[in-house]
Design a binder for this molecule. Structure first.
Ligand SMILES: [Mn+2]
Length: 316
């Protein structure tokens, strides 16, 4: 049986809005208030952050704080790789979504011979590169780094040499690039996509299961379609950005978007996917309690997802 190891990563340097570093603590507060012993029961490892960098001037405008992001990627790999190699299950709670690039790197580097599949549950496609980003915020780039996708066809920026060198370093981290193939990526709930990202989705026909499809076909059917999409992969990672859920539920996240999944849909789908033992790792990101107008609701919903993940993984 694989043990669950909680990975605590409160890095927020790649978000555009401050406060996702508090997501982890907000989830812990939710656990205390709901008498849930998740944070007592399981071993946790802590990823040291670089959050002091938010005070400094930005040099790399098309990949803000990329030096810090490289450090975080490396620390995540160092932290998670041994957990995965031991056969344990990393349950990662992160601040901003850039860290998922480090998580995918860790999974690939732990099993270099195996084909990695990713289910990306998010309002956004996170497919930007320094060449296409409108904001320079690197929480919009983790998938491009894993896919090693510069998307030069859609280039709108001219990043400085330092940015290019550091971006290349990030893509090649650990000596394997790409870490993920476009045909092994599935989106769920993506609905706020910029033109350069849409071009990638179209170019490679990356599936995206929307709210409408979930409502029409049901969670079981969508889960089986996702398994069909990922049938040739051997190890799978689920990345759950809480902004995949509808902003009417809670705005406690950096970039909330309308017409998202219900909490029930998100959790049911995650549970269904986790029944497959190929799923080796789960991550929840982007809880920002400073933006929550409903007390600590987003963190409470994230906690609910975490508890369900634990139940399924322990039962399989
Ligand atoms: Mn995201």
């Amino acid at each position: 049986m694989s043990n669950i190891i909680i990975v605590e990563n409160n890095s927020e340097i790649a978000a555009g809005t401050r406060g996702s570093s508090l997501g982890l603590e907000a989830i812990k507060v939710a656990a205390v208030n709901k008498n849930e012993d998740v944070f007592l029961k399981y071993t946790a490892i802590n990823i040291k952050n670089e959050n002091h960098r938010v005070w400094k001037n930005v040099r790399n405008v098309y990949a803000k704080r990329i030096g810090g992001v490289i450090k975080i990627y490396n620390r995540i790999v160092e932290g998670i790789l041994p957990v995965l190699q031991k056969g344990d299950f990393p349950l990662i709670i992160s601040g901003d979504h850039s860290s998922a690039g480090g998580s995918i790197a860790a999974l690939k580097l732990a099993f270099p011979e195996k084909r990695v599949g990713v289910v990306w549950i998010d309002a956004h496609a996170d497919l930007h590169s320094p060449y296409t980003t409108p904001s320079g915020n690197m929480h919009g780039m983790p998938l491009a780094s894993a896919l090693a996708e510069d998307n030069l066809e859609q280039k709108i920026n001219k990043p400085i040499k330092e940015t290019v060198e550091k971006w290349d370093l990030l893509k090649n981290l650990g000596g394997i690039s790409p870490k993920l193939l476009t045909k092994d990526l599935v989106f769920v709930g993506v609905r706020s996509v910029e033109k350069p990202e849409m071009a990638i989705i179209d170019r490679y026909s990356i599936p995206n299961y929307t709210l409408d499809e979930l409502v029409k076909k049901g969670v079981d059917d969508i889960a089986s379609k996702i398994f069909q999409n990922l049938k040739d992969t051997e190890i799978i990672y689920i990345s759950f950005d809480v902004d995949s859920m509808d902003m009417e539920l809670s705005e406690g996240t950096g970039t909330p978007v309308k017409k998202g999944l219900s909490k029930e849909q998100a959790i049911e789908l995650i549970k269904k996917l986790l029944e497959d033992k190929r799923v080796k790792m789960f991550e929840v990101v982007e809880v920002n309690p400073l933006l929550d107008k409903k007390g600590n609701l987003m963190a409470e919903m994230a906690l609910e997802a975490i508890i369900e993940v634990i139940n399924v993984v322990e039962g399989r």
